[in-house]
Design a protein around this ligand. Structure first.
Ligand SMILES: NC(=O)c1ccc[n+]([C@@H]2O[C@H](COP(=O)([O-])OP(=O)(O)OC[C@H]3O[C@@H](n4cnc5c(N)ncnc54)[C@H](O)[C@@H]3O)[C@@H](O)[C@H]2O)c1
Length: 383
């Protein structure tokens, strides 16, 4: 029998966004319970969230380092930590918990430099610890279906990929009062990129998860469309892949009228697949006959492995929480297997530090390409 795990959270305090989504996603399969947290750098705010979530007061921590230090000494210590703070703090927090011997789940982008992501990988390997990077979209059943169709050769060798993530929420100059916007446009908190790191990496990871292709070279144009911005809010990238395919990605936060307009179109020798995040219950594909087919999650044509993540019959929409829960299902299964001594790396069916490293290598190559005047630049992970 699987025991219920205990987890702690860093970030996810009052008024924050993604921390609450992680808590809800983890609740869906009931595989882990939140028992500890440092939800904010302010201990008062940490207590507000800790109290709302009914934690014991002695497990509401004033700092993440205090939390790691105290938890490691407890008999009922956490099994893993969830890191949901702004990007620039991920590295130090993850490093602290890995060094203390805890498995880690961290939101994307995993760090702000490739070197830091590689260091986390080194530490995780050295301590034999698991690391989930919550590229949430890769958890959708339809995304896993697309991967299986591609693996089975249904659309043939991939030739062209088009990806876009269009948002309009940062189109205005004044974003004061919007907690999520304020740190994203600030270089010190976001890292050297905003749009590309925040949503461009979602395109990059989604394509990687759907196709397994690796990016070898990029040519990036990173722009600040809103006056006064210090990091990009509209980025376009030409991409070459290791099988000879090519593509282009567009990540924008100034595309008025769009919310989470993530869309990937994959064109192979024998057919094409289209995934639209805001309609993630469906997947579109065509074969050599050119007729478009629409398949629905929950219906019989979903292959057994992706279908094993379904929770509702077709027509009762699943969504983003379930996609996140699917990542945590794989992760907690691996935590269980580690504990039982039955773990092997083929069990890892969620984005991990390899994905995190690909994301950071992609970002760094784009920054270099942009700085050098939009020239083709090799991606480090391609070596
Ligand atoms: N996977 C996705 O689809 C997705 C979506 C949104 C955000 N994100 C990522 O999640 C992370 C958080 O984004 P958000 O929008 O929730 O931000 P947010 O500003 O809403 O929340 C951040 C929280 O972290 C807390 N915090 C900051 N520094 C801290 C520290 N040192 N110790 C403890 N708490 C601290 C803040 O008080 C706040 O509660 C970012 O890395 C972002 O890129 C991922």
């Amino acid at each position: 029998m699987k025991r219920k795990f205990r987890y702690g959270m860093v970030g996810g305090g009052p008024g924050s966004f993604i921390g609450d989504a992680h808590r809800r996603a983890l609740w869906i399969d009931n595989a882990a319970e939140l028992v500890a947290g440092c939800f904010s750098r302010s201990s008062d705010k940490c207590k507000v969230t800790g109290t709302e979530l009914r934690l014991d007061e002695d497990r509401m921590y004033a700092s993440y380092s205090e939390m790691a230090e105290a938890e490691v000494k407890r008999e009922d210590k956490i099994d893993f930590v969830v890191v949901v703070t702004p990007n620039s703090s991920h590295f130090e927090i993850c490093k602290t918990f890995l060094e203390a011997g805890f498995h880690v789940a961290c939101d994307k982008p995993v760090t702000t430099t490739l070197a830091d992501a590689l260091e986390l990988q080194r530490l995780a390997k050295e301590r034999d610890l698991l690391f989930l990077v919550t590229y949430v979209y890769s958890g959708y059943v339809t995304v896993r279906q697309a991967r299986e169709m591609i693996d089975r050769g249904e659309i043939g060798e991939i030739r062209v990929i088009q990806g876009e993530y269009a948002q309009g929420w940062l189109a205005d100059e004044d974003v004061s009062g919007n907690k999520q916007a304020e740190w994203r446009i600030c270089k010190d908190l976001s890292g050297a990129t905003n749009a590309l790191g925040d949503i461009g990496t979602h395109i990059e990871n989604l394509v990687y998860r759907m196709t397994g292709l690796e990016i070898t070279e990029v040519l990036a144009n990173m722009e600040m469309k809103v006056p006064g911005r210090e990091i990009d809010d509209n980025s376009t990238v030409l991409v070459k892949y290791n099988n000879g395919a090519s593509g282009s990605y567009w990540a924008s936060q100034v595309a008025r009228g769009h919310d989470n307009g993530l869309k990937v179109r994959i064109y192979g020798e024998k057919g094409s697949i289209v995934f639209v995040q805001e309609e993630s219950e469906k997947l579109w594909f065509t074969l050599e006959d050119g007729y478009w087919r629409e398949i629905h999650r929950g219906q019989g044509m979903i292959y057994p492995y992706p279908a094993s993540f379904e929770r509702l019959p077709s027509g009762h929409p699943e969504g983003w929480f379930e996609a996140m829960a699917n990542l945590y299902r794989g992760f907690t299964n691996c935590v269980h297997a580690k504990e039982q001594g039955t773990f092997n790396k083929d069990m890892v069916d969620y984005p991990d530090l390899v994905d995190g490293i690909h994301g950071m290598a992609f970002i760094e190559a784009c920054l270099e390409s942009n700085e050098k005047g939009n020239v083709w630049t090799k991606v480090a992970t391609a070596d």
